[in-house]
Design a protein around this ligand. Sequence first.
Ligand code: ADP
Ligand code: MG
Length: 295
Amino acid sequence: METENSNISQLEESENPYIECKDLFKIFKRSELEVVALRGLDMEVQKGEMIAIMGASGSGKSTLMNILSGLDRPSAGQVRVGKRDLLNISDDDLVLYRRLEVGFVWQATARNLVPYLNVIENIEMPQAISGESGKVRKQRAMDLLSILGMEDKAKRQIQELSGGEQQRLAIAVGMANQPPLLLADEPTGELDSQTASRVFTLLGEMNKIYQVTVIVVTHDTGVSQYMDRVLYIRDGRISSVNRISRRGDKTNEEEFLVVDKVGRLQIPQDYLDNLNFEGLAKINLDDNQMNIKPA
Ligand code: ADP
Ligand code: MG
């Protein structure tokens, strides 16, 4: 019985997407005021994918990242990462999840690094917390520094690094425990575009070398060259997805609207603006085409 069950769960694990959010809600309550930051968000991410999330300020990007990182809990709906159900997870398991299964990079460089530790100590610290031996810690730190091309800066103080170097080091710190998931919330928000592209290149390298699933929130246009998909979030839901395919050095990007299981979709903003589309609409089916027009 026991083996049968574990076989089933293994099977499910290999067939299911690595991350699955279904009808996810997050409601913030501040005294009388309620803010619905996520309203029925659906999302699936496959193991080893590298995706970007884009969307206007206030659309719910950070709320989603905080839930996926185990820093905050959803109000309703389903969210699963690997085997973990992040809605019903115990507080103890959530601590373990944060420590071992997810690396996180914030926009504010100061939040990612410990200022009184040097470069290599910053990479060793999360490993020390999770109980790795000194030997493993050093080896992993040196491996990560060589990916960064910063071996010669192992003993530098954080303040001696440039902003770009600090963010790249933050990615190494996020990868220190070799988590299966790496999340970055606007990691390049404070960097110029050339430095930003080095950060995206490094995220791509981590994705390839460690097969880590990467989700990065960004406002940088032109990130698709580094990504498998770009998800657009609007008003607390995924509104559209750009799928990126590569052939040789050519990148092809195709946009899709997201329709959920009850048929909801978000009409692109420019269509709305052009047609002055709000309120009632007429719809008819024409073979496999659907026509919607303002009533
Ligand atoms: P984004 O990262 O896309 O800019 P957020 O996820 O930070 O958006 O915020 C989504 C919405 O939720 C916004 O309206 C924001 O004001 C609100 N919000 C986020 N965090 C909190 C909080 N801790 N308390 C109350 N409202 C919040
Ligand atoms: Mg944000």
